[in-house]
Design a binder for this molecule. Structure first.
Ligand SMILES: [Zn+2]
Length: 759
């Protein structure tokens, strides 16, 4: 008995391992794979060629990467096209995008399949290997393999390697709203990254129901689908748009995103290199690409839209499991009914006692409370202990995975300790409280978070285990472990998914999910005699990995600290400053900030926004340099009726990357930037920022505005270049190896500010 218990326990550990391991393929060197198959190594070569230098819009390598993609498409015998133009999108980010396109004719006249990824990297310092070099490489290698098969296919295949995704989805905007091919598109497959590793999640983008999309996706049958309606619901709640969002919103075109999100700390940084791209992840993208391309190049894409919604989740061996929304309530009712019947039966058999089953709520809520509180305060305590982590704007530290493991262990330890205290109570009695709680959860999600309704599936298995424990004095441990499998396979990956997806501040997701999963394993755990010893083991692992995480909490060359430095020339006051966003500056930028003023209260420093609303943290006087101020031409200034019409042109007089224009609180009736009108919706919801122009080739910015004639308009220009470290007039030393440019914020920049007033 003891032997089979131990063996069953090993099986349980293996199931946890398998729940992660089975999500994605394991990379093996495949350079010599046959021409007709997708080779990760060959894709990797593209990634390497694309990610040699930062290639955001306006950076020198941007054009080189575009030329590389065009020549690779041509070498496959495809005719390539480019589409160039300004767009401004919903974020007020203007840029000139240059899309790369190719089209492979199909045998029929139906809708086309569009393969999508973007080639620009995030300004300023990202090498763009994962984001989205990996996506471009997947398409290049996948299409090459597909074409080498030389098989006829029904649908046209359009390849769109878009531009300026990182600035405001401008390339997608340009294609969907201006390209004649856009109306032909029936379905999009988009390849993206928000980190450099982990499984790639399939996320649907649709204006209606997902029914047909899921059915077709299941038929295409990729080997490693990682997708569930909960992840999708969370994705919809977050403000992370992809190019595909434009296709859905502006073109009513649906599609699938394939995006990996782990190792988030590499995202948009100088660490987004081909060395750090997880090979398994790239293989995973390929494992989606080939079967989907083969299937959807022949499927009827005119028939993809539907009103039905499906619940779906992935499961080892079964791949993608799905069922219609209509089943949500019947499944819940069935589970609840089974629970009630088992309760009645348990009482009749004398296996359940009211006092004992009420006792079962104490370890359940006790461990939930402790683990919940620990998880909730984790990030606060961590950033108090290690204030330098505040400068990791991703909210996920280099040793973040160790923390997740540690706190999962601690949560398990707390659960084991509680249930050891209640070892005298029978497992059948102890199970009542967790099943009751899970049914409550399932009922709540059926109303408020339908996407999570598949939570009920493992509950059925636990109900079966509950039946076994009521019925048998000495149940077979293997049977009980087997009945734990659905819970393990479905929920174990979520323990990691929450903090990985939402940042370590969501550690509470990991600790609570560990607890909720643990109590589903009670039928088997109840068989274990020495739960206290296992609790000590879990605590030991927590401490041991705690030491390891502490050792790995410092910054070094492998784990560089993000840092920032800017030189600001205020042309209005003829004054110059050094400034930073760092909460904990390093020696490299501190040397410029020695005589820094306290946290600046100056309005002009507050307005510069960044994705994470970071503010300058220190400002110090700087020597004045000859920085050329942008040239402003007033082309038109007139009053028609009650409106003042103003047209001006701002021309850079040095190499610049970006121009931000802010206004005072004036009601603007209409605004055009480089002939692109800003939408009324945007003009209404915007705060002080009017527009950001990501400049290429030192292009001018032409601004046309109309506003009430009695208003006084004030424009503040922030013109920035990312060349502080290479500019000949400056002697800023190279950033040390143990630091990288801080992402998301304006960095390594020379900025000029200038105010224009129109009385
Ligand atoms: Zn991207």
């Amino acid at each position: 008995m003891k032997f089979s218990r131990s063996l069953a326990l090993l099986l349980l550990f293996f199931a946890v391992y398998w729940s992660y391991k089975s999500l994605m393929p394991t990379y093996e060197s495949d350079y010599d794979a046959p021409d007709s198959s997708f080779a990760t190594d060959r894709a990797l070569e593209h990634v390497q060629n694309i990610s040699k230098a930062p290639h955001g819009v306006g950076f020198p390598a941007h054009e080189q990467v575009r030329s590389y993609i065009i020549s690779e498409l041509k070498s496959m015998g495809l005719e390539t096209f480019t589409q160039e133009g300004y767009t401004c999108g919903d974020w007020g980010n203007l840029s000139k995008a240059t899309n790369v396109l190719a089209r492979i004719k199909g045998t029929s006249e139906g809708k086309a399949l569009l393969l999508l990824s973007h080639y620009d990297s995030s300004p300023h310092s990202s090498y763009g290997a994962s984001d989205a070099g990996s996506g471009v490489a997947t398409i290049l290698e996948g299409v090459r393999a597909f074409l080498s098969n030389n098989e006829a296919h029904k649908n046209d295949i359009i390849i769109l390697i878009s531009d300026a995704e990182e600035l405001g989805l401008n390339g997608a905007d340009l294609f969907v709203n201006n390209h004649p091919w856009a109306k032909d598109v029936g379905l999009v497959l988009n390849f993206e990254a928000r980190g450099s590793g982990g499984p790639s999640y399939m996320l649907i983008e649709t204006n209606r129901g997902n029914g047909n999309l899921i059915k077709e996706f299941t038929k295409a049958n990729p080997k490693y689908p990682v997708a569930n309606t909960l992840a999708y619901s969370i994705y919809k709640m977050l403000p992370n748009d992809t190019d595909l969002t434009i296709f859905r919103e502006d073109g009513d075109i649906e599609g699938f995103n394939f995006a990996f999100i782990d190792d988030h700390f590499d995202y948009h940084t100088a660490l987004d290199t081909h060395e750090r791209l997880d090979r398994n992840t790239l293989a995973h993208q390929g494992s989606y690409f080939m079967p989907l391309l083969e299937y959807f190049s022949n499927a009827d894409l005119g028939n993809i839209k539907s009103l039905d919604d499906y619940i779906y989740f992935n499961l080892p061996f079964f791949r993608l499991v799905s069922y219609p929304y209509e089943w949500i309530w019947p499944m819940f009712a069935l589970a609840a009914l089974a629970f009630v019947l088992l309760l009645i039966w348990g009482f009749k058999k004398g296996q359940l006692q009211v006092t004992d089953l009420l006792k079962g709520f104490i370890p359940l809520f006790g461990s939930l409370a402790i683990n919940g509180i620990v998880g909730y305060f984790f990030w606060k305590v961590l950033t108090w202990w290690y204030p330098q982590f505040n400068d990791m704007l991703h909210g996920f530290t280099y040793n973040g995975h160790t923390y997740i493991f540690m706190f999962a262990m601690l949560s398990v330890g707390v659960c084991l300790w509680f249930y050891h205290k209640y070892r005298k109570t029978s497992t059948a009695n102890l199970l009542v409280a967790p099943i009751f709680l899970w049914l409550v959860i399932c009922g709540l999600v059926a109303v408020y978070l339908k996407g999570a309704s598949f939570f009920v599936v493992p509950v059925f298995a636990v109900l079966a285990a509950f039946m076994v424990t009521i019925n048998q004095e000495k149940p077979n441990p293997f049977l009980l472990v087997f009945l734990c499998f659905p819970a393990l396979f479905i929920f174990a990956p979520f323990i990691k998914m929450f903090p990985v997806g939402l940042g370590l501040k969501m550690m509470v997701g990991a600790t609570v999910f560990t607890t909720l999963l643990f109590v589903l394993l009670l039928p088997f755990v109840g068989l274990l005699k020495n739960k206290d010893r296992f609790a000590y083991l879990a605590l030991f692992l927590f401490l041991a990995f705690g030491i390891s995480s502490h050792i790995n909490s410092s910054f070094n060359e492998e784990r560089p600290k993000p840092s920032s430095l800017l030189y600001v020339y205020d042309a209005d006051d003829d004054a110059a400053f050094w400034t930073t966003y760092d909460k904990k500056p390093i020696a490299w930028n501190s040397q410029f900030l020695k005589e820094s003023k306290e946290s600046p209260n100056d309005e002009s420093f507050k307005t510069l926004s960044s994705k994470y609303l970071t503010r300058f943290t220190a400002v110090a006087n700087a020597p004045k340099k000859e920085i050329a101020v942008p040239w402003v031409d007033i082309d038109l200034d007139t009053v028609i009726g009650n409106e003042r019409i103003l047209e001006l042109c701002i021309t850079p007089k040095r190499n610049v990357n970006r121009l931000d224009i802010y206004t005072n609180d004036v009601p603007l009736n209409s605004v055009k930037v480089n002939d692109i009108p800003l939408s009324d919706y945007y003009l209404k919801k915007r705060k002080k920022r009017l527009v950001t122009h990501y400049v290429s080739n030192n292009d001018f910015t032409e601004l046309g505005m109309s506003y009430p004639k009695d208003s006084v308009l004030e424009l503040v220009l922030y013109e920035a270049s990312n060349d502080l470290l290479t500019h000949p007039d400056f002697t800023v030393p190279r950033r040390p190896e143990n630091s990288i440019p801080m992402p998301y914020v304006l960095n390594d920049a020379i900025m000029v500010t200038k105010t224009l007033r129109f009385e």
